[in-house]
Ligand binder design. Structure first.
Ligand code: FMN
Ligand code: SF4
Length: 302
């Protein structure tokens, strides 16, 4: 993880308010003779100091302004104070995002996909490591390429899982995975593979015309959490931008177990994959949002 200090303070502009010191989580900046000074040996490079300074005296050089410039809309970079956003509309967006299983047979504009990646990385990351990796599959052709690799993996797995003697032997040595897979997924996968072969029906990616594979490069402190937080940002934004989405866990599982699939996509062996988002123009509409099962939180009062 790169924690090199890249903070620069213009001493002549600083008015000594101390705000940058207050918001810095790791003490990169401290007050010296009434002015802010970079005194720490490391930095999260989170940019809190730059964003809080009332007189624009701070720059974090490792932050790239280009990363916050979008191709399909003009972003509003003013900070939104706590409590000022419309909660009703936010929750409406969150509940209106549904996993889409019917995509139109139409391409997705590449600038939308590139903007989604930029929106993904507005998410938090452990120690601000930002070691995300994104692989864009921009066409139906590319999605089918991945679907065929994943399909091949499940075909081989099903041929193994249908051998009752193998499941028995593995059970005897305490390995229940194949047995569990057989009872939970075997039939569903068998049907899906058959439908793909005979009718060309895509039950894996639901006919999506694009996909984004989210993973992490080495050096992240919490790689899975980082990738999934970015993914949720992207799911919500995609809905707002007119795209349908669906997380494809079946494909993630295949990529975890068969490294050749990641290599096929040009993903280096040292990267891990945690989420795949199928994307496309949605061919489904709902009358209302749906509820969720009842959740009863537990309290700990101390
Ligand atoms: C980690 C994860 C993996 C998923 N994998 C798949 C998948 O492989 N195929 C699919 O059609 N849906 C998949 N889904 C979508 C879930 O089935 C869906 O989120 C759930 O049914 C709730 O519906 P909603 O997303 O419309 O609210 C996945 C969801 C998550 C969170
Ligand atoms: S926030 Fe800006 S003005 Fe205030 S102490 Fe830091 S650099 Fe100086």
């Amino acid at each position: 993880m790169d924690q090199t200090v890249s903070t620069v303070i213009d001493e002549d502009v600083c008015i000594g308010c101390g705000m940058c010191v207050k918001v810095c989580p790791v003490g990169t900046i401290s007050m010296k003779e009434g002015r802010a000074a970079v005194t720490g040996k490391w930095s999260l490079n989170c940019g809190h100091c730059e964003a809080v300074c009332p007189v624009d005296a701070v720059r974090v050089m490792s932050l790239d302004k280009e990363q916050s410039a979008f191709g399909t809309f003009d972003a509003d970079h003013r900070w939104l104070p706590h409590g000022e956003y419309d909660t009703v509309q936010l929750v409406r967006l969150m509940s209106s995002r549904r996993s889409c299983r019917n995509f139109k047979d139409e391409p997705v504009d590449r600038p939308l996909l590139e903007d989604l990646v930029k929106i993904g990385v507005t998410a938090p990351s452990g120690t601000n490591s930002q070691r995300w990796s994104f692989t864009i599959l921009p066409t139906r052709h590319a999605v089918i390429g991945l679907a065929e690799k994943v399909g091949g993996f499940y075909l081989r797995l099903n041929r193994l899982a249908e051998k009752s003697w193998l499941r028995f032997l593995l059970r005897m040595v305490g390995k229940r995975d194949l047995e569990d897979y057989y009872h939970t997924y075997y039939e569903y996968v068998e049907e899906g593979l058959m439908e793909w072969k005979q009718k060309g029906r895509d039950r894996l990616f639901h006919g999506a015309h694009a996909a984004i594979v989210l993973g992490s490069k080495p050096g992240a402190t919490l790689p899975k959490e980082d990738a999934l937080l970015a993914a949720q940002n992207m799911l919500l934004a995609a809905h707002a931008m007119g795209l349908g989405t669906c997380l494809i866990g079946m494909a993630v599982e295949a990529m975890k177990r068969d490294r050749s699939i990641a290599r096929f996509l040009g993903i280096p062996d040292k990267e891990q994959t945690f989420a795949i988002i199928a994307l496309g123009l949605p061919d489904e509409e709902y009358q209302s949002t749906a509820g969720r099962k009842l959740v009863v939180p537990r309290y700990f009062e101390g």
